[in-house]
Design a protein around this ligand. Structure first.
Ligand code: UD1
Length: 339
């Protein structure tokens, strides 16, 4: 059985990816500092797959903790690096936290790969590196634009660190996946997104409003240059996203890479406005949402969606889950955690 390290494996994307990895026969080793998740996720993964992943409470931004874990768990061949701080707004308030966690994290993972002879890395990047693209849909060759937040900046710097590292370490291979907007939950309702406090992202805010936890959803701006005036994003199902990681690992294992570091857009290829998303949520769940239009949110871009041609062709991967199903899964998860 192939052994794989998943950093941040109890988080939203990490937990769903662990499930898919286990179901495809990988032996998964999770490290997570539990700063934004709970160890109970490990048991819930086991309920879904019948296999408990190995778990270590490890802060990857602390090199010793990571190295100790790997010394105790030999034979790991690949790593998927999710562990990072990810709240855009918080990153503006606490920039050093973001630079410390996200930059040390990636440096330690790369050093560990060298030390423990781990060959393959999948890195969690973000469409945020494109800023507001001039041409849509956005391809992997679109120019990288100055980041609008320290969080976004750490993703750009991480990509550069990895690029410089693989140049002089040809034994290490990396695929950076630039995610668009990940949403949804596992159909079993055993794992999903667990935002702390008031959610900053749209879907958890929608489901909490539908559940009566929040009174009213604020739609940030209806004066954008889009058909209904609200901002457009590319919302990708969490299981589809998880499977993109398996496609990336397979590509590296089979030696199909064309460069030491490759980039792929991971989205659906469809742009959806905030109002369209609200309407689809209402249709999928039968729940009426209380919402109001307010001013724009600072730092938001107007519209972005992915050109996924390259990922479809080269990774042999495609987003397949229908949006209504994704929204229903998110809603079922919300109802479950409310109780
Ligand atoms: C942001 C980041 C992205 C990061 C993601 C997850 C940028 C440009 N994007 O995505 O890199 O991976 O967060 O943390 O930094 N909205 C409302 N009302 C709400 C919440 C959101 O109208 O209460 C709107 C937003 O204005 C936006 C859309 O919904 O148009 C999606 O927002 P959100 O879910 O926060 O994700 P992004 O900002 O697109």
């Amino acid at each position: 059985m192939k052994k794989i390290l998943v950093t941040g494996g109890t988080g939203f994307i990490g937990s769903h990816t662990t499930v898919e990895l286990q179901q495809k026969g990988y032996e998964v080793f999770i490290v997570d500092d539990l700063s934004n998740s709970s160890e109970s996720v490990v048991d819930n993964i086991a309920k879904i797959t019948g296999i408990k992943p190995h778990f270590g409470k490890v802060d990857v931004s602390d090199k010793k903790q990571l190295f100790d874990f790997l010394a105790q768990n030999p034979g790991i061949e690949s790593v998927i690096h999710f562990a990072a701080s990810k709240a855009v707004g918080e990153s503006v308030q606490l920039p050093l936290k973001y630079y410390r966690n996200n930059l040390n994290g990636v440096i330690n993972v790369l050093e560990a790969m060298k030390e423990f002879k781990i060959k393959n890395l999948v890195f969690s990047s973000s469409c945020t590196v494109y800023g507001q693209p001039e041409h849509l849909p956005v391809t992997e060759n679109s120019p990288i634009q100055p980041a609008l937040s320290p969080y976004g900046n750490t993703k750009q710097i991480n990509e550069e660190i990895i690029r410089d590292f693989v140049k002089v370490n040809p034994d290490v291979h990396c695929i950076a996946l630039r995610y668009f907007n990940p949403i949804g939950a596992h159909p079993s309702s055993l794992i999903g997104e667990l935002p702390l406090g008031v959610p900053a992202n749209l879907i958890p805010f929608i489901t909490q409003t539908a559940a009566g936890i929040r009174e009213c959803l604020s739609v940030f701006g209806d004066d954008y240059d889009t058909p209904d005036g609200t901002a457009i994003r590319d919302y990708i199902d969490i299981i589809d996203l998880a499977n993109a990681h398996i496609a990336a690992i397979n590509r590296m294992e089979q030696g199909r890479q064309k460069a030491g570091l490759e980039f792929f857009n991971i989205g659906t290829g469809n742009g959806l406005s905030v109002l369209q998303l609200i309407k689809t949520f209402e249709e999928a769940t039968g729940v009426k949402l209380n919402y109001k239009i307010v001013g724009r949110r600072e730092g938001d871009i107007e519209k972005v969606w992915a050109d996924t041609t390259y990922a479809n062709q080269e990774l042999g991967w495609k987003a397949v889950v229908p949006l209504k199903e994704t929204l229903l899964n998110a809603w079922n998860w919300q109802k479950k955690i409310k109780n």
